[in-house]
Design a protein around this ligand. Sequence first.
Ligand code: DC
Length: 242
Amino acid sequence: MSKITIAIDGYSSCGKSTLAKALAQKLHYHYIDTGAMYRAVTLYCLRNNIISNSIIDNEALSNSLDKITVSFIYNTETKTSEVFLNDEHVEREIRTMEVANNVSAISSIKEVRSKMVAIQRQMGQNKGVIMDGRDIGSHVFPDAELKLFMTADENIRTQRRLDELSSKGEYHTFEDVKQNLKKRDFDDTTRKENPLIQAEDAIVLDNTDITKEEQLDFVIKLINDLLLTKDEFKSIEKSVKR
Ligand code: DC
């Protein structure tokens, strides 16, 4: 069966990566978490004082970009690709509130985006990928065969993020986490460079009231229908050419 590109965009903490990981395992596709890439760059900036007290040293960032490599390696235990910053495994370090509070600012910088988008396009060039982020369907892979735009109620998203943080030993108030989500959504949708927008041909998936399993079933059905049509189309094309 032919391989396709699946682009998943949407607001913060609406379950994009949960869905993407489940799909990748089912379809044997590569999963690429593009948010993790921007988080890794942010971590580098925090560690190297390129950003402090929310102020970015743009010149230092420009001079450092060549020294930053972001890559993914598949972990057979967790069954997912994990992010590496300059060959250091940083999956845990990039999920802190400190990184979350600074990542939107770093991801709004044109040079940072150009570098990340180039890596993303290279990773997806052979199809068979599921990429989640903010600009995947609208900018990185505008020709993706399946585009999903995910959303969910703000309080549900806050609770999910709160649970994720506390499962990693980071405890915050509901209100702090909610404010971080709201600010990131605002920054991500209003920035100049490739903001979060719903691609015209994206299918909206609001998972406020559905379970992960129902969501997965719904998307698998979409993919099966799509692949069937695509393969039927291919065989019709072949017979027409003969
Ligand atoms: O998906 P996430 O919450 O881990 O993403 C972290 C931030 O990275 C998010 O607030 C916006 C940014 N981002 C982006 O600008 N473009 C992407 N394709 C993915 C994430």
